[in-house]
Design a protein around this ligand. Structure first.
Ligand SMILES: Cc1cc2nc3c(=O)[nH]c(=O)nc-3n(C[C@H](O)[C@H](O)[C@H](O)COP(=O)(O)O)c2cc1C
Length: 169
């Protein structure tokens, strides 16, 4: 698949088969995140890789999307390290780029993934469960696994609706 095809066909996957995700694939996903751009190249992201059922159950209790967490083979919790932060808006933007890169990598490997943000309402609970350093702030949990079914086709606004200025050279 070309890059645009990968971007277009990526969908949030919320149900997984339970088949194991290879460690090599987890590494490739983390690697894709690591190479995201960041302001001043400060690389504010930190990752926790969760595979144990006990930890998943504890994280599942922190969100209404518990079924996605419990169905996933692996979870990657993404944190912002406030010790290296220099501009909150730019750091959060960089984390978004990092998460999108990981989602696209997962998709290109034939895996499914879902960006979980609702869990941020209980971020302290997640941070306690994973025993993270005090400077780490949860940004998202990514649920990853082998997709149980082909997800629905996506829907996006047209470029005519989105591009409000397009100058001719
Ligand atoms: C910041 C953010 C937070 C999200 N939080 C959740 C979530 O908590 N639960 C969930 O099921 N999906 C969540 N999603 C996935 C969106 O619902 C999904 O990306 C959107 O509906 C578009 O669908 P698609 O990813 O299949 O193209 C989140 C996505 C983003 C970018």
């Amino acid at each position: 698949m070309g890059l645009l095809e990968i971007i277009r066909t990526r969908r949030s996957v919320r149900k997984f088969t339970g088949e194991r995700v290879d460690d090599a694939d987890v590494n490739a996903i983390l690697e894709a995140g690591r190479w995201a751009p960041s302001g001043l190249n400060n690389q504010p992201w930190r990752f926790a890789v969760v595979r144990k059922d006990k930890t998943k159950r504890e994280l599942a209790a922190a969100t209404r999307y518990s079924s996605i967490i419990l169905s996933a083979d692996v979870l990657i919790a993404v944190f912002l390290d406030r010790l290296v932060t220099y501009d909150r808006t730019k750091d959060v933007q960089a984390i978004g780029a990092c998460i999108q890169s990981m989602l696209l990598m997962a998709h290109s490997l034939g895996l499914g993934a879902c960006w979980l943000g609702q869990i941020l309402t209980k971020r302290e609970m997640v941070e306690r469960t994973l025993d993270v350093p005090g400077s780490f702030e949860l940004m998202s949990v990514i649920a990853i696994g082998h997709p149980a079914a082909s997800p629905q086709t996506g829907r996006r606004d047209s470029l005519q609706q989105l591009v409000f200025l397009r100058e001719e050279s």
